[in-house]
Design a protein around this ligand. Structure first.
Ligand SMILES: Nc1ncnc2c1ncn2[C@@H]1O[C@H](COP(=O)(O)OP(=O)(O)OP(=O)(O)O)[C@@H](O)[C@H]1O
Length: 258
């Protein structure tokens, strides 16, 4: 892993002002994310995970502190950060191909380049045969594949994923986890991934964060290497080892003990 910090989160906190109420959503968060990390974030409902992701995406500014991406302060949204939500924001009546091409077209990328890139990312997410289908004709898992392709085609420095598989059935979810792990290996992208599922976090992440109840703060921050073992062994049997069970219990105790 390179020593160059990709994302530097400095004294970031967030208070929402609503109907004269002040909601302290995020306490002070300080965190460094390095290129190529797969960061998985967990914590109880309402602890500020999405708030933090929205700040990293540039959808809103923090109340205090700042976030630097490659040493430059984040001041709004841009293509350096791709965002993947649980509900894909795709155009239902456009084809998969048109949806994936949308971002590059808006950025005036030449047509031949867009066509080649769409083919590449359709293949990367396993949708080569579905490029001409309209979004409403797709299953939930296929929509999320199209969503991931439409983020990756913009070549972001970091992919921000907010419970991307939360609405999928267990089998599709496992397939999507394998897909994202493979894309992470193939593209070398940095991923910031929010999940409620401790197994999912440990099976994917190289850097695990657990947050406290609100105002949310990072109460555990540790490396994990289960995902590298899965890549090396091409199987998931590591999830049945005592080490995996111990880590899972440690995280569950942190979350449930709040
Ligand atoms: N726009 C908003 N205005 C006011 N309060 C908000 C707003 N968005 C979030 N909150 C509050 O901020 C806190 C953190 O919310 P956030 O959605 O970031 O948590 P979360 O950890 O992502 O939750 P979940 O796991 O349930 O998705 C909660 O108390 C929530 O009610």
């Amino acid at each position: 892993m390179s020593e160059q910090v990709l994302l530097d989160i400095q004294n970031v906190s967030m208070n929402y002002q609503n109907h004269k109420q002040n909601i302290a959503a995020l306490g002070e968060v300080n965190l460094k994310i390095y290129p190529g990390e797969f960061v998985c974030v967990m914590g109880p409902s309402g602890c500020g995970k999405s708030t933090l992701l929205n700040i990293l995406a540039g959808f809103m500014a923090p109340t205090t502190g700042q976030v630097l991406l490659n040493d430059q302060p984040i001041k709004g949204t841009d293509a350096q950060r791709g965002v993947v939500f649980q509900t894909p924001p795709l155009y239902d009546w456009y084809t998969v191909r048109q949806n994936i091409a949308f971002g590059p077209k808006m950025n005036h990328v030449p047509k031949e380049q867009v066509d080649a890139d769409v083919d590449k990312y359709l293949a990367a997410v396993g949708l080569s045969e579905f490029g001409d289908k309209r979004i409403y004709e797709l299953s939930g898992g296929m929509r999320q594949r199209a969503n991931i392709a439409s983020s990756l085609i913009n070549n972001p420095d970091i992919l921000l994923m907010d419970e991307p598989f939360g609405a999928l059935d267990a089998l599709t979810r496992e397939q999507m986890q394998a897909l994202v792990r493979n894309l992470w290996v193939e593209t070398g992208k940095t991923i910031f991934f929010i999940t409620h599922d401790v197994d999912e976090a440990l099976l994917l992440g190289t850097h695990i964060l657990v947050m406290s109840k609100h105002p949310g703060q990072v109460i555990a921050d540790f490396p994990a290497d289960f995902t590298q073992s899965i890549v090396a062994d091409q199987d998931q049997s590591i999830r049945y080892t005592p080490e995996f069970g111990e880590k899972r219990q440690y995280v569950l105790d942190l979350i449930n003990g709040q």
